[in-house]
Design a protein around this ligand. Structure first.
Ligand SMILES: C[S@@+](CC[C@H](N)C(=O)[O-])C[C@H]1O[C@@H](n2cnc3c(N)ncnc32)[C@H](O)[C@@H]1O
Length: 280
């Protein structure tokens, strides 16, 4: 046993907490994150009236409902996201995927099913929806819908509200801003909400990517799973990629973050662009 401390957390408590987070959501935190974990949890300890990180480990061990594990994971994970983040992917979706898949599926009476599997506060799935709505303006036969999922209930609640500070909308081109957002007035000045017509085609659901079953219903034509697997260890990443592929139709597309890779094997997928893979 080691009693080293960084930021007031012992190495033993750090290892216990990171192992809980790892088994719960796949996020792997190396020893260099000890002070960061201590910082992120300090306020929580104060709120709970606990005196040490060991006390917090004991509380988690007694948390049979799993509620505190969710809080812990929320405090440790990063929810950073943005509209049109890694914009090349949305260009690819709008120019190369939807104009081809959309009309082909329309002839079969089917809508394009898209899933944002680490949706955070909703900017990614709503950007997918904006791009799809734009494709459908050019070809009104195109039908589409978007599912957004995340492990975190607080970020999903924000996504469901679809209500954002105007400053967050800087990456949205002005024309799309006018078409797909409604600016708040009076007490809501400084905020904008997603247009209800767009919003009604975007649904949210809590899904832990580490679970062995993803309750998404039908197989998907497009899956975005970006900037989350980068935090996973290699084993979890490979398992999640395989699960995602199992939920992707042949001919469907998987998008991962610019700085993520699928590893050596590519799991039988074709690479079609930077961070874009197609199931043959
Ligand atoms: C950095 S955000 C990425 C958001 C968006 N995909 C993007 O690229 O902008 C990562 C999100 O992954 C979620 N997450 C972390 N572990 C997860 C898991 N095991 N299952 C589902 N979501 C997870 C976090 O709650 C967070 O909202």
């Amino acid at each position: 046993m080691t009693s080293d401390v960084a930021g007031g957390i012992s190495t033993r408590a750090f290892r216990t907490l990171t192992s809980i987070v790892h088994s719960y959501c796949g996020i792997a935190l190396g020893p260099d994150k000890q002070a960061l974990v201590a910082n992120r949890l300090r306020k929580r300890l104060l709120a709970l009236g606990l005196e040490s990180y060991e006390d917090y480990c004991a509380l988690l061990a007694a948390d049979t409902q799993g509620e505190e594990i969710e809080v812990l994971t929320d405090l440790i994970t990063t929810n950073h996201t943005a509209f049109f983040r890694e914009a090349e992917h949305f260009r690819f979706l709008g120019e190369r995927v939807l104009p081809v898949l959309g009309p082909a599926l329309a002839r079969l009476g089917t809508a394009v099913r898209m899933w944002s599997a680490a949706a955070a506060s909703g900017e990614e799935p709503y950007t997918m929806a904006i791009v799809a709505a734009e494709a459908a303006r050019l070809d009104p036969t195109i039908g589409w819908r978007v599912l957004g999922s995340d492990i975190s209930r607080p970020v999903l609640a924000a996504a469901e509200r679809g209500y954002y500070p105007i400053d967050n909308l800087d990456p949205v081109p002005p024309e799309l801003l006018r078409r797909y957002f409604q600016r708040g007035v009076r007490s809501q000045a400084g905020f904008a909400r997603i247009h209800p017509e767009l919003k009604r085609r975007v649904h949210f659901q809590r899904i832990n990517l580490l679970d062995s079953v993803y309750p998404v219903g039908e197989l998907q034509h497009v899956i975005f799973c970006r900037n989350v697997m980068i935090y996973f260890d290699e084993v979890s990443r490979a398992a999640v990629v395989q699960q995602l592929i199992n939920h992707l139709l042949p001919g469907g597309y998987l998008f991962v973050g610019y700085s993520e890779t699928l590893g050596r094997t590519h799991h039988g997928l074709e690479t079609v662009s930077h961070g874009v893979y197609r199931r043959p």
